[in-house]
Structure formats: C-alpha cells, structure tokens
Design a protein around this ligand. Sequence first.
Ligand code: TYM
Length: 328
Amino acid sequence: MSKKKIFSGVQPSGNLHIGNYLGAISQWVDMQDEFESIFCVVDYHAITVEQDPEELKKKIIEIAKIYLASGIDREKSVIFQQSSIQEHTEFAWVLNCTTARMSDLNKMTQFKDKSGDNQENVSVGLFDYPVLMAADIILYDTEVVPVGDDQLQHVELARDLARRFNSRFGDVLVIPEARIRKEGARIMGLDDPTKKMSKSASSEANFIALTDDPAVAKKKIMKATTDSGAEVKYDPEEKPGVSNLLVIESLLTKTSIEDLEKKYEGKMYGDFKKGVAEAVEKFLINFQEKYNAITDEEVRKILDDGAKKIKPIAERVMGDVKKKIGVR
Ligand code: TYM
C-alpha cells in the first residue's frame, strides 16, 4: 500500500519559536517515516504583510535550515519554496473564482486578529491568504496536514473548497484533513499563558526563539508567569502557566506529563522552572549546533531539488483542474 501524503509549511516572517517547533515541525519529524512528506517554505504567504526584501531572502533560507536542524531528512521528505512552483498562485486564483466565497473568508479568526481595527487598509492578500493555503495543500493530493491549532480553521476551509470543487466539476481533488497534537498544539506565551506564543508578540519575553542564545532562553523560562498555589500539576484551566511549561518540558524531553508531575512532587515552582529551563537550554544548544553546520548553498540546492521533484504533481493536478473548468 502506498504511503499517505502530508503537506505543511511555515511562513518566513518573524522569529520562529518553540511553539512553531513543538506544534508543527517536531510533529512533521515524527511523521516523515510513515508518510510521503512535503514541507514548504511559504514565502508568498509572508508577503501578505510588508517585508523587507533582503530580510525575506535571508528568512527563506533560515526556515529551510530550521527544518533540517529539526530533523527533517531530505532523503525522506521534500523541502521546497512555494514561489518556485507557480501553480500555487494559479490554483489559488481558480479557487477564488470557483469555490471560495467572501462569507468564508469573513469568518476567519486569524484575519480578524491580524487586521485588528485596520481592516480597510490591510492587503487583499491578507484577506485571501486562506485560499492560497488551500491551494498549497490540495495541489499535491494531500491527505493529512500536520499543524498547530491556530491553523485548523484554514485546513477546514481547504477541505470545504476541495469538496465544493469536486461536487461542481467531478471528483478530481483529494480531500485533506488536519492533524494536531493532543498536547502542544497551542503553546502559550511565557509572559501571558492565556494567549498563544506568537512570533509577532510585542515582547521578547513572550517566546523562546529557536535562534535565542540558550542562556537568555533559560532566563526567559525563569521569569515566565506561573500561577497561584504551589503544586506542579497539569491543569490548563486553573494553572495555565504551569501547564504550559509542563507541556514544553514533556515534548522536549519526550517524558510524559505524569512522570514530570512525579518528578516535581513536593518541589517549589523555582525548582520546577529550573528543570524546564535546563531542558530548553539543552535543546537549543543541540539544535543550534546542527543549524550552524548547514551552509546557505546547501539549503539553496535542497530547495531547488525539492521543487523539481514535486513540480510534476502540481502540473498534473493543475492540468486536471484546467480541463474541468473548461480552459483547456
Ligand atoms: P505559521 O507560519 O504562522 O506557523 C507555522 C506552524 O506553527 C504552528 N504554531 C503553533 N503551534 C503551537 N503553538 C503555537 N503557539 C504556535 N504558533 C504557531 C502553526 O499552527 C503552524 O502549523 N498559514 C500557515 C502556513 C501555511 C501552511 C500552508 C500550513 C501556508 N500554507 C499549508 C500548512 C499547510 C501559517 O501562517 O503558519
């Protein structure tokens, strides 16, 4: 039996943090043996908000390096850059016209969060971005999309658009489904554990960037907001701060939450935070060692080879779509 296909991606904007790693990338690493895997650096998503061209160019390479340093194996998985395959934007246009509705996009919570009070002045691309994401996914016959929980609504839209296309034009598109981690799908901000950790957070104390100096990261954990009480117990409602740190240590060290609760039984929050901080420091030292060993040239080649390898899938699916809608 052939392997099921997965597709996922990260935007080359802002600082990638351990939320992106634990919610998405580390999940991909765990899945790449079982699935036929495609991981994309979604650069055309990043330009929905203003980017400095030089910075963007660097970020694209940085994201691919992060995939590799996290353990994505180029022999097992394809890594490529979205803008190298023009069918993404072409297919997004077709979906815009045939299946996506203004009412679908008006519902997207991430658009509301990102545009805030400024809805009239943000780019059309920011509003339309979930359709491009749907195109990314459907273009490769993707069955499973491993993401963090903030992307669930977008994957559901991709599902709906593929279904609508099939019911109007005949069965050509594969219907994807999201895969999110039970714990870690939503890593919370260190300074405010009631909101998700975010690369666009106003304070650096909110997140641990994958490029943070390990000693600085350690201090950030020591300063993280914890809760009232003294017991180290997993309870996201009553103890969001403690629970978030428990999830971080659990995923980084591959230790169950129950075992960690036992480890910290009778200990103070200070000891607990020290344990989490050490786990984060160790992870970052190891991660950055791998990251620094990869050259920009190697990455450029991996991205270009990846695009070449999967371009035929995109051409085939886009070719079918063109026939179905009557332009070919
Ligand atoms: P992006 O770049 O914002 O985030 C990349 C991945 O990180 C996850 N994530 C988190 N997981 C846990 N806790 C957090 N605090 C946290 N913050 C972010 C996200 O859920 C995501 O999985 N639109 C997407 C990129 C994209 C894509 C795609 C993804 C474009 N096309 C096709 C999958 C398939 C985005 O902006 O993710």
